[in-house]
Ligand binder design. Structure first.
Ligand SMILES: *Cc1c(COP(=O)(O)O)cnc(C)c1O
Length: 353
């Protein structure tokens, strides 16, 4: 069976391993090196490391393109934003990751490019913003509004308008959404979240299906030096190996939790995109939401998402969160614990609040 025909659940386990030869380790070891003996493929470790190569092979195979790993999701975001030519325009989901928006605003303030914020769920509005744009930055589902973009339609419209389309695929993971297959040019990941999956590493990735784009991204990494540590690359690949089973449990928990929360006391709205592991729970106001966050015992009050442990936070506690996000919105990152324990803890906190 060719690698191309393998199911993604198999690719996750099999990709990026050393050759099956007698005596070889099953996993690519951590290579701690700053320099390699001259004459080989690798010479200096800001440009390459065998542990990155293994991780990049696996993420690339999953997304269907070539992967370049970075020190963090934001380093990956910065590399892609670096592709925008001076004087260009970037169309961006208004509820994108808040530091992506902050980075774009920085570029706009410095006069490098123009930023146009749009509601990605409104494809007509996105298309209306496209003329003259160099890049369209999509997230789906968005954070934490959980809006869904029609990636296939918008990638095609972007191409027709001469703009690069980028999808931050952090919330979906390549198991639930493969943007390159849907026509997007570039995929960005904060592998810190679902891909690594254990809240113990920060790492980012860019995947493209175009060799020239990959080369520009790789060159950016070498010049800016935002390289992942070999240990981080190893941990990320180890975490990735179990993504399909983690996701299976966490998604089942998320759907069931959304159902049980529907009629819980004080709940104004439950936002469930129908896939993935993040839900949003809207309560009356900030005080009601803060009381729930204070009363839970199993759920951990913390930012971030995609780990095996369930986390929650009231998003507007961040001064930088979009004012269009309700004050009483709690983002839930659903983990792989037993559903009854997760539900009991949260429903108990809601009843007591
Ligand atoms: C966390 C996150 C990022 C940034 O990634 P880091 O690894 O924290 O630098 C980018 N996009 C999304 C959607 C995220 O959730």
């Amino acid at each position: 069976m060719s690698d191309m025909r393998r199911r993604l659940e198999t690719v996750i386990v099999a990709a990026g391993r050393p050759p099956h030869v007698p005596g070889a380790p099953l996993n690519e070891p951590v290579t701690f090196a700053s320099s390699f003996v001259a004459g080989g493929e690798l010479e200096y470790a800001r440009y390459g490391n065998p542990t990155w190569t293994a991780l990049e092979a696996a993420i690339g195979a999953l997304e269907g393109g070539a992967c370049v790993s970075f020190a963090s999701g934001m380093a990956a975001v910065s590399a892609v934003v670096g592709l925008v030519p001076a004087g260009g325009a970037v169309v961006v989901a208004r509820h994108s990751y808040q530091h992506t928006l902050a980075l774009l605003d920085d570029g706009a303030r410095a006069g490098r490019f123009e930023v146009r914020r749009v509601d990605v769920a409104d494809a007509d509005a996105v298309e209306a913003a496209l003329p003259g744009a160099a890049m369209v930055w999509l997230e789906s589902p968005t954070n934490p509004a959980l809006e869904i973009a029609d990636i296939e339609r918008l990638a095609a419209s972007a191409r027709a308008a001469g703009a690069l389309s980028v999808v931050d695929n952090t919330f979906a993971s390549p198991l639930l959404q493969r943007p390159l297959e849907l026509g997007a040019d570039i995929v960005v990941h904060s592998a810190t979240k679902l891909i690594a999956g254990h809240s113990d590493v920060v790492l980012g990735a860019v995947v493209t299906g175009d060799a020239a784009l990959t080369e520009r991204i790789r060159s950016h990494r070498g010049l800016h030096g935002a390289i992942p540590g070999p240990m981080e690359a190893f941990l990320t690949l180890r975490g990735l190996r179990t993504l399909s089973v983690r996701l299976e449990r966490a998604e089942a928990n998320a759907r069931e939790l959304a159902r049980r929360l529907q009629d819980a006391p004080g709940v104004v709205e439950v936002r469930d995109p129908g896939f993935g592991t993040v839900l949003a729970l809207v309560l009356e106001d900030a005080a009601a939401a803060d009381r729930v966050v204070e009363r839970v015992r199993l759920w951990i009050p913390a930012t971030s998402l995609g780990g095996v442990e369930s986390l929650l936070e009231r998003r507007r506690r961040w001064a930088t969160e979009a004012p269009t996000i309700p004050e009483g919105l709690i983002r839930l990152s659903v983990g792989i614990e037993h559903i009854d324990d997760l539900a009991d803890d949260l429903l108990g906190a809601l009843a007591g609040a």
